[in-house]
Design a protein around this ligand. Sequence first.
Ligand code: 5AD
Ligand code: SF4
Length: 461
Amino acid sequence: MTRKAFFLHSYGCQMNKLDSELVASKLQQAGYRAAASEGEADVVLLNTCAVREHAEDRVWSRLGRLRQRKRRDPALVVGVLGCMAEEHQRTLQARMPHVDLVVGPSAFGDIDQKLEQVFQSARRRAGLELGESWRRGAGVVAAGHGVSGDVVHREVGVRPQRSQAYVSVMRGCNMPCTYCIVPATRGKEISRSIDDIVAETRRLCDDGVTEVTLLGQTVNAYGRDLGRGVTLARLLRALHEIDGLRRLAFITSHPNFLSAELIDALAELPKIARYLHLPAQSGSDAVLKTMRRGYTVARYLRRWEDLMARCPDVELHSDWIVGYPGETESDVDGTVALMERVRFAQSYVFKYSPRPGTVAAGLCDDVPDAVKAERNQRLLAVQERLTAERNLALVGSVQEVLVEGPSPRDPERLTGRTAHHRIVHFPAVGRDLVGQYVPVRIDAAAAHSLLGSRVVESVAR
Ligand code: 5AD
Ligand code: SF4
């Protein structure tokens, strides 16, 4: 029998990308093969994101196209995984009869068995000659409960980059942010044990990984459900011992858990990446309060000052939401002031989008879309200037670049990232430097990247 082929589309955050790798790993272990394109796949899976309406719209329209295809090819299996599976399970079951499988983000650990159930029920229906069987859809639903992805014995070879890998350290989120759907879709915080994480990271490093990024929605709250003093700082110290590991990053941090212990770890451990993703969301106390973020601007700044006192080379990245209900122009002025004070190295700016079931969805979404768009542009322009200033300051310096591959726009160049997560392009051809840490002198700064030339150490004769 020929092996069935699957094709997986991944939307949304890094956690979803990793979950997709784990799903692929599990399916390959169970005998499926990865299809080269969606067109030749027997199974099409969408690993979805529900954090903003825009992300969902892309999935709904892809599901519309898959409905057309399934009319022609009733044997095709369509699965919806991830946060939309959790959020919209009823709609998917009731109104999307071409969807065979609905599996939430906490329940894909036995995805191979669920898929087998879909095939079994299709065979039964074919035996009964029910005809038009594709109309029945959503044969298997496992949202909210089930076997967590963290039990998947990860096939370390299944990963897109040879030298880089994500490792999940915790799932879920216990924070009360009013706008966010994640606690509803991903559930309560569950941390993995330090031993499990170290074992997985060791296996990855034995297979050639040198840069690991730890993932969690509030990664620096890691361990609080485990007790016994387990913290991210302790985990970082344990991982730091692994020989093959050269760079260790972690995302996303919450300002309230930036502890003195974590700052000590950042100051003392040379392998830790020199950036922190520490979303502020807003620079207005009034907005932060209604968002229930649990800190004020002054408190955020105090944490940042404590960090700078010990680690002046660490840069901050942030997410910002514009157009949250009630946000005024002077609130946005506050956000600009915070951006300029901290001089963030990178910012993601999002227009507020009400999410069903969240506390904020009960408030009037009173900022018109055009105003949200204008505020979005305003913050992006500030960030662009800050990034340009920081990039310019690096011209003339030598940075250690982990080479990722050929530059997407120019095959004569290689591209990689510094310890600060900045993209650097430099002239060089061939693949022999991919995965290497190369010293690059920065010659010029572009808007979103740096341009440089490789420093070839002189060899003593
Ligand atoms: N609308 C807009 N942006 C949102 N985010 C989360 N929920 C929403 C929402 N309802 C943003 C936050 C978060 C990032 C991942 O997405 O900035 O940090
Ligand atoms: Fe959402 Fe807040 Fe949790 Fe981040 S910390 S995932 S914004 S609830």
